[in-house]
Design a protein around this ligand. Structure first.
Ligand SMILES: [Zn+2]
Length: 79
């Protein structure tokens, strides 16, 4: 009997966690350029426009790229 109670408590806990987590989610801002309020600055790939953390981006001439491939494609530099 007490085992059932534990299971129910766990389910309620999971439910509340999910509810809490979902509340946090819709804070996504798709505004683009000024996404500077994050804990880590997000930048936009100059080629495909994908957002990525600044630390993971490749910076060339003050432009950010999500990957070496896009950096190369955008700057038209021969491989
Ligand atoms: Zn890209």
């Amino acid at each position: 009997m007490s085992r059932l109670l534990v299971v129910i408590v766990i389910f309620i806990a999971i439910y509340l966690l999910l509810k809490y987590y979902r509340k946090q989610l819709p804070k996504k801002d798709v505004s683009g350029e000024d996404a500077s309020t994050h804990s880590e600055n997000m930048v936009r790939c100059a080629h495909c426009g994908v957002h990525l953390p600044k630390s993971e981006s490749i910076v060339v001439d003050q432009k950010h790229y999500c990957s070496e491939v896009h950096r190369r494609t955008h700057t038209d530099e021969p491989a």
